[in-house]
Design a protein around this ligand. Structure first.
Ligand SMILES: NC(=O)c1ccc[n+]([C@@H]2O[C@H](COP(=O)([O-])OP(=O)(O)OC[C@H]3O[C@@H](n4cnc5c(N)ncnc54)[C@H](OP(=O)(O)O)[C@@H]3O)[C@@H](O)[C@H]2O)c1
Length: 269
């Protein structure tokens, strides 16, 4: 058996939408694939089409990442399969209702998938990649990570978490030959909107991107070494200015004295 020099990409939520396009594009880039989702038939269909087109080795794994046992199974694969060189943490769900009109049980399930599962898979993949001397972790966040006012607030908060985790991971992994990336798409034309209880028909066409264009842009960002990729943002300088403002704040955020504008209030109380 010859070893694939590219290794294997494990993609969660690969049965449809953005994850299925990642599967196609990464297979065309020479990766073998492990495709994870709940829908076995859809996974089989994605795998069959890509195998026919690329001849790559593709394994499908039926797993509900909101289920502890299924999640542990995927963690074990990441830890024990030395061929895995890439994790695409893509599985995620949304909700269209405003925060206070959404069911808190649904929100907890969203957090379990978008936050807990993604985190546990990072904890499984990152040390394994470090010990293997290479690896890439792509985390699907959303533009709503920095614009939570525009949509369901819990969804935006889960994606803000994904962005924060990725920034922190990047810092901790410096010099360890790993690449990490947070991808922040705007609206993308996938079944995400119907699954979330809404419809793409309510969105103006000019703000909705096709999933193939989204993934191609995200992979171009990965090739450029970007830590954060915003596929829609026309001017990269706008993100750089936002990030520069954040960096200016960082050394000032923890001090022994309250800021002078609070002195009067603090003394009066
Ligand atoms: N579409 C957008 O506008 C948009 C914008 C920004 C970011 N995103 C993010 O992009 C990612 C992919 O979304 P998408 O647009 O491609 O939506 P999608 O077509 O609905 O894909 C979601 C994928 O996640 C899987 N999934 C859902 N629940 C799961 C669970 N409990 N366990 C395992 N897999 C599960 C689904 O497969 P099964 O149902 O077969 O399990 C499916 O493969 C998500 O993280 C989403 O938040 C989407």
């Amino acid at each position: 058996m010859t070893t694939n020099p590219k290794g294997t990409a494990l993609i969660t939520g690969a049965s449809s939408g953005i994850g299925a396009i990642y599967a196609d594009r990464l297979a065309h880039r020479g990766f073998d694939l492990i495709l994870v989702a709940r829908g076995q038939e859809s996974l089989n269909r994605v795998a069959r089409d890509i195998t026919q087109a690329t001849g790559r080795t593709i394994t499908t794994v039926r797993a509900d990442l909101g289920n502890k046992d299924d999640l542990r199974m995927i963690e074990t694969m990441l830890r024990s399969d030395p061929s895995i060189t890439m994790l695409v943490n893509n599985a995620g769900v949304g909700a269209v209702e405003p925060l206070l009109e959404s069911d808190v049980e649904d929100m907890e399930r969203m957090i379990a998938l978008n936050v807990t599962a993604l985190t546990r898979l990072v904890y499984a993949a990152a040390p394994s990649f470090v010990s293997r001397g290479r690896g890439t972790i792509i985390n699907l966040a959303s533009a709503l990570a920095i614009a939570p006012e525009l949509f369901n607030g819990v969804y935006g908060a889960t994606k803000a978490y994904v962005l924060a985790l990725t920034l922190s991971l990047h810092k901790e992994l410096a010099g360890k030959h790993l690449q990490v990336q947070a991808v922040l798409p705007g609206a993308v034309a996938t079944q995400f909107w119907e699954v979330a209880g809404g419809s793409l028909d309510h969105l103006p066409e000019h703000i909705v991107m096709r999933p193939d264009n989204t993934v191609d842009a995200a992979l171009a960002g990965l090739d450029m070494g970007e830590l954060v990729t915003l596929p829609s943002l026309p001017n990269a300088g706008d993100w750089e200015a936002y990030e520069a403002a954040r960096q200016t704040l960082i050394p000032q955020l923890s001090r022994s004295e309250p800021a002078s504008r609070y002195h009067t209030v603090a003394l009066a109380s």
